[in-house]
Every structure is written in structure tokens, then in C-alpha cells.
Write a protein that binds this ligand. Structure first.
Ligand code: BV8
Length: 234
């Protein structure tokens, strides 16, 4: 079937087999950290040293992580597909880009970027950040933060995302528990305002599983290549 516009939503589950922790699985990040302490602006204001340590540890993890067969299959799909393929990821890792995907929106920001609270400049930064780190652009110290979207903050590029959801004819959700909004609401939006075929590829049923026309369960490194092969052979 020649889908003109494919939108693929990904979450932490697609990077699980690359060794990056998920959030809500049995030994997930939110079982070891209180998300209010490390993924909210209030938590950062309260204890910036602790929050920098949390993100420094995740940046170090990311330096050792490599894309898995699921990321590579999506990059293959984007290259081979005649229509357009957009990845909207909740993930702050860059494994989609490392696998070769180009059309990627990081709606929750990126671990490899930092933002200055004084001049708002966003720049690439793959190493540790400290409370007294200085902005390379404006020179002000003490206002740099990870360029990630914390709870209570507005996700990025939402207008582009909703335009893509309204025009897509295939919506695939991969490796997300469907607990964090607005991403968790995308499938309901597509069903209400769009016309797409909806597919969930996940290890376990997500909170929104009943809203998907098709669901397949198993590890992304198996499900995603098989699904992409089906699309390319159809
Ligand atoms: C906003 C970036 C508004 C930082 C993250 C009450 C009800 C409804 C909503 C709310 C509410 N109270 C508050 C809210 C809003 C809140 C929210 O949804 N809270 C939830 C917890 C209830 N949302 C927000 O605050 C968002 N902003 O709403 O703004 C606004 C309006 C106007 C003006 C200003 C603001 C912002 C949310 C973004 C928060 N930032 N991360 C960082 O990463 O450090 S969220 C974090 O969770 C990550 O981004 C992560 O991607 C995301 C979602 O988690 P998942 O990716 O789904 O990961 P999870 O571990 O949960 O699940 C993993 C899945 O993978 C599982 O299903 C598992 O089965 C599967 N899996 C595991 N292994 C595999 C696998 N699948 C396949 N293969 C495998 N091998």
C-alpha cells in the first residue's frame, strides 16, 4: 500500500535494547529517581547540582550507546519510501540520527544539547554540565540547562506535529507506555481528526493500546524490522 505520509511516534522502549534505560519498566529511571526532583523546572531550581548529575550520567550512557535494529529499520524505511516518513520521538537520545534518520522531531528536546537561560542559545554539548558552567555565546555562568522538556513545560514543534498527524495515512507508535501527554494523546487525535491506519509495536500493551487498530507485542529489534520489511514488500 502506498502511504503518502507516515508518522512514527517513538518512546524509550525503542532504545531499551541499545542499553539506555526506560522510565517505567521494572528498573526504569523513575524507579530510581523521583521525576519531580530531576525532570521538572522546580526540581532544577531546588537542586541544580543533583539535576546536572542526573543528566551528566545519561549523557555518559548515551556516549556508549549504539542504534539497534529498530532504529536502523526506520532509517531504511525513510530512505526507501516514496512518500514522506516523519519520526516524532519522545526520546532525548540521538540514536535515530545515528542510524541515519533525517526527518526527526525531538518533542521532548535532546540530551546532546544545552540551553542558556540568559541568551536562550541552544548549542551542542555532549559532556558534563555544572552549575557554574559558562555559556559559550554570552559568557554568563550559572544559567545553562539541558535542552530537554521537563514536566509542566511545553513540548517542542507541536504545530508541525499536529499538521503531520492530520495528514498522515499511517500512524505507528513504537516503544512508549502511553502515559505522558500530549504524546499519549496522538493516537486519539489521529482517530478523531485523521484517517490513518493506526499500529502499536511495543513490548507490552500501552495505556492507549485499545485505541490502535492493530497491535503487535515483542521487542522492537524484532517487530520493527519485520514491519518495515512488510511495508517495503507490499
Ligand atoms: C505539558 C524529557 C503543558 C526529559 C520527559 C495529569 C493527567 C494528564 C497529563 C498530566 C497530568 N499531570 C500533568 C500532566 C502533563 C504531563 C504528563 O503527561 N504527566 C504524566 C506523567 C501524567 N506532561 C507534561 O508535563 C508535558 N508538558 O503537558 O505541557 C503545557 C501547556 C501549556 C503551557 C506549558 C505547558 C511535558 C512532558 C515531557 C516530560 N519530559 N522527558 C528526560 O527525558 O529526562 S517525559 C519522559 O517520559 C521521556 O520523554 C519519555 O520518552 C516519556 C514517555 O515515556 P516512554 O517513552 O513511554 O517510556 P516508558 O518508560 O514510560 O515506557 C517504555 C515503554 O517501552 C513501555 O511501554 C515498555 O513496554 C516498552 N518497551 C520496553 N522495552 C522495549 C519496549 N518496547 C519495545 N521493545 C523493547 N525492547
Amino acid at each position: 500500500m502506498g502511504y503518502g505520509h507516515i508518522v512514527i511516534l517513538t518512546g524509550a522502549g525503542i532504545s531499551a535494547e541499545s542499553g539506555l534505560g526506560t522510565f517505567r519498566d521494572k528498573d526504569g529511571l523513575w524507579t530510581r529517581y523521583n521525576l519531580e526532583d530531576v525532570a521538572t523546572p522546580e526540581g532544577f531550581a531546588r537542586n541544580p547540582v543533583f539535576v546536572h548529575e542526573f543528566y551528566n550520567a545519561r549523557r555518559a550512557n548515551l556516549r556508549d550507546a549504539r542504534p539497534n535494529a529498530a532504529h536502523e529499520a526506520l532509517a531504511r524505511l525513510e530512505t526507501a519510501w516514496p512518500g514522506d516518513v516523519l519520526i516524532v520521538t519522545q526520546n532525548v537520545d540521538d540514536l535515530h540520527e545515528q542510524a541515519g534518520s533525517r526527518n526527526v522531531i525531538h518533542m521532548h528536546g535532546e540530551l546532546s544539547r544545552i540551553r542558556c537561560g540568559a541568551c536562550e542559545t541552544v548549542s551542542e554539548h555532549r559532556h558534563d554540565l555544572f552549575v557554574d558552567s559558562e555559556c559559550a555565546d554570552c559568557g554568563v555562568a550559572g544559567t545553562l540547562r539541558p535542552h530537554v522538556v521537563w514536566f509542566g513545560e511545553m513540548p517542542l514543534r507541536m504545530e508541525e506535529i499536529f499538521t503531520a498527524l492530520d495528514e498522515c495515512d499511517l500512524f505507528v507508535s513504537i516503544g512508549t507506555s502511553g502515559t505522558v501527554y500530549p504524546a499519549a494523546g496522538f493516537v486519539a487525535h489521529v482517530r478523531r481528526f485523521g484517517h490513518a491506519r493506526t499500529v502499536e509495536l511495543n513490548l507490552d500493551p500501552s495505556e492507549g493500546h485499545s485505541l490502535f487498530a492493530e497491535t503487535r507485542y515483542g521487542p522492537a529489534s524484532e517487530l520493527v524490522p519485520a514491519f518495515v520489511d512488510e511495508l517495503l514488500k507490499a
